[in-house]
Design a protein around this ligand. Structure first.
Ligand code: MN
Length: 153
């Protein structure tokens, strides 16, 4: 058991382990480096742990190996686009439960319906407005959003 292997809940390391356990993990699948860096930094500042994939195929694989709580899926991706990556996530019983928020560059009419049809749980458009996106993330994760960061000094 992973949790038992971390023997201590004492001291700085124990607090960091406890904090990491309390944090929600977001898998951000985004091929644009600038968008990826900016959004991941902003999410980390809000208390999320962020893991990154740079194409749709890696995104599908990491959804299986990284145990994220939610996926932010750019739709325009190399190797496998976000539409197909989402269909594969939702077709696999191991990852079908993961909430997926689609991110697209254009507020094309029909994109939202198309995202929902592909299995996405919600949809947002770039440029990202963080408060709006956080609202959607928190709604899908439930009441407890990012970790409560302890302030002990
Ligand atoms: Mn892209």
């Amino acid at each position: 058991m992973r949790r038992a292997a971390r023997d201590t809940t004492h001291g700085r390391e124990g607090r960091l382990n406890a904090l990491r356990d309390a944090m929600h993990t977001i898998l951000l699948v985004e091929d644009n480096e600038m968008n990826r860096d900016m959004l991941s930094r902003r999410l980390e500042r809000r208390g999320y742990r962020v893991v990154l994939a740079m194409d749709g195929q890696s995104g599908v694989e990491m959804a299986g190996t990284e145990a994220p709580d939610l996926v932010l899926m750019d739709m325009s991706l190399p190797v496998l686009d976000g539409w197909e990556a989402t269909r594969r996530l939702k077709a696999d019983p191991a990852t079908a439960h993961l909430p997926v928020i689609a991110l697209t560059a254009h507020a094309m009419s029909g994109d939202r319906d198309r995202a929902i049809a592909a299995g996405c749980d919600d949809y947002d458009t770039k440029p990202i407005e963080l408060p709006r996106l956080l609202g959607k993330i928190e709604a899908l994760l439930g009441a407890s959003a990012g970790a409560d960061v302890p302030t002990d000094g």
